[in-house]
Write a protein that binds this ligand. Sequence first.
Ligand SMILES: [Zn+2]
Length: 264
Amino acid sequence: MEAIVFERELVRAGKDAYAPDGRRMLDTLLETIPDPTLTHGPMALIPAAQLYVKDVPDLPHPRGADLLQILWCPTPNVEGESGWVFDGHIEIRWRRAEEVTHPRSVPPVPEYAVDPGKVAIPSVVSPERVVEYPPVWALSEDLRQRIGAWDEAQGNFLYRDECSVARGTKVGGWPVSTRAGAHGHRIPMCECGRRLEALVTFATCEWEPATGTRWVPIEDRNAAGAPVPTANRMPTDLQFSGGRSLQIFYCPASWDHSYKRMVF
Ligand SMILES: [Zn+2]
């Protein structure tokens, strides 16, 4: 963890962590770190997100709770092995903020992180409300064909890329498609039979230059509305396989039902 934070600080300071000087500093630091294979016993979970309902009024939440905390173990397993399993690598905790009277000023740090991409740069969230429209696969056949013709006439995928599902880390929104063999796209379901709803999505990138600029956050636009340098596309430095996103789902029938996750 110490080496990951140090490398991030080098990059943020504009220094190349892999240039001779940076590499030497990193190697020196790594020599002082014990071999992770020698570490045994429980690992501390690291905070992935903390959201207050007062800051994010659209955050779905159990009655009486007003604070969501998501913690995970910084391993690739955060993404789940099958895309559907929700094992102990992620913890969802709902709290009443008034009952958190002695918060830690510094969270516990695990001795090592198997996957640096699951260690976020500490960030402050600036919520921005956006409107999404259903993904193409969730539309009626008639509407799908009309939108397809519209996109084809313009020579792009305007609906898919800039109208339907917002990119970036977000609360709520549409479930993103998953391909399930011969069944094609489908909305994830709970064991109880209800359709699951998206709770929180963690994104590798906030937006993609190749697919338009509609989802560029307000604070990342210049006065003319054009995006500022693309380095801001990855403000948390979270990385999921293939530059994808992790979407966590809940069951609207009961908060006691299992959460599920999907990487898309
Ligand atoms: Zn359910």
